[in-house]
Design a protein around this ligand. Structure first.
Ligand SMILES: [Zn+2]
Length: 312
């Protein structure tokens, strides 16, 4: 039988090498090999961890080397195929997410440009992966010349989309592993978003964005948000074989970043600083929640791409 590529990121290896089992709340009462996960495809296997485990989230988010890939071979254990188009598109998205010349915001913008172009190709029944490789090269060139950063700055702000995204955070039910007072405050801040009047929501957005701008941890350690983005692209193989609306894919990525930044801002309103432990607790709870709440829009790809870009 033919052997296939077997990928293990550094965070999977480090987690497996732990001597003591994790005793975070999500790991209690689990006897199976959770949080280990495997995405098995016909031509490759990707190992990962469920970030709902806090130890896993710590390895995934805090180590700048978390995504160094270890490659071996294994026997195929799935009939699920990934077309050359889907595989190339996923790789190009990851390339943009890790490009050293791009900030996380410009990486998301570049991903939006790539997905918009890819959608156009698909709509015209063109699915030659070479088209994506050429697009990836062009974007890398624009990235190195600073042009993507410039273009991102020129995007007109569409605050109404951000206000709506904030309002929708009112429906989030996070299982936060935090001291009772802090947990209650975060839950209140989230649930009140669902009942605020539009004008108040707009003020609230501006308050939280002002706090986000002062988020020293995420500014000084940009790999934390970047790792969250790569984790999602790698682990879910986005856009994935079932995606027919790439606008939804971009939206799921920019909404994730928006929500994670807003959670940190809410935390920083009450607490003098955001530590590694805090960010792990918040992000781990977010990843647990999103597993049962995959975003699915009802609009055209073009419209959703624009909305997605406005959340960057
Ligand atoms: Zn755990």
């Amino acid at each position: 039988m033919e052997l296939i590529e077997h990928y293990q990121p550094e965070y999977v290896i480090r987690f497996a090498e732990r001597v003591r089992p994790c005793d975070c709340p999500a790991c209690q009462n689990r006897a199976d090999d959770w949080p280990a996960t495997q995405l098995k495809l016909k031509n490759q296997q990707r190992d990962s961890l469920d970030a709902g485990c806090e130890t896993a989230a710590r390895e995934i988010l805090l180590n700048p080397q978390a995504f160094v890939l270890h490659t071996s071979t294994t026997r195929p254990d799935s009939e699920l195929g990934l077309s050359a188009w889907d595989e190339t598109l996923n790789q190009q998205c990851i390339n943009l997410a890790v490009h050293p010349a791009l900030t996380i915001e410009s990486s998301l913008y570049a991903t939006g440009v790539l997905l918009s172009k890819a959608q156009r190709y698909l709509d015209n029944d063109q699915s030659d992966p070479q088209l994506l490789l050429e697009m990836g090269e062009q974007l890398a060139d624009l990235a190195e010349r600073g042009i993507l950063d410039e273009q991102l700055q020129l995007l007109p702000p569409i605050e109404v989309n951000r206000v709506e995204a904030l309002e929708q955070m009112g429906a989030m039910r996070l299982t936060l592993n935090l001291p009772a007072m802090q947990k209650m405050s975060m839950m209140l801040k989230l649930s009140e978003l669902a009942v605020m009047q539009p004008a108040r929501l707009q003020d609230r957005l501006r308050e939280l964005e002002a706090v986000t701008a002062r988020n020293a941890l995420l500014t000084d350690q940009p790999h934390i948000l970047r790792n969250a983005l790569i984790y999602k692209l790698y682990g879910e193989c986005l856009p994935g074989p079932n995606a027919d609306n790439y606008g939804d894919v971009l939206m799921s990525l920019t909404r994730m970043m928006f929500q994670l930044k807003m959670l940190c801002a809410m935390w920083l309103e009450d607490n003098a600083q955001l530590t590694h432990d805090d960010v792990v607790a918040l992000f781990s709870a977010w990843f647990s929640w999103q597993r049962g709440n995959v975003w699915k829009g009802a609009n055209s790809a073009d419209y959703t791409l624009l909305c997605g870009l406005s959340l960057i």
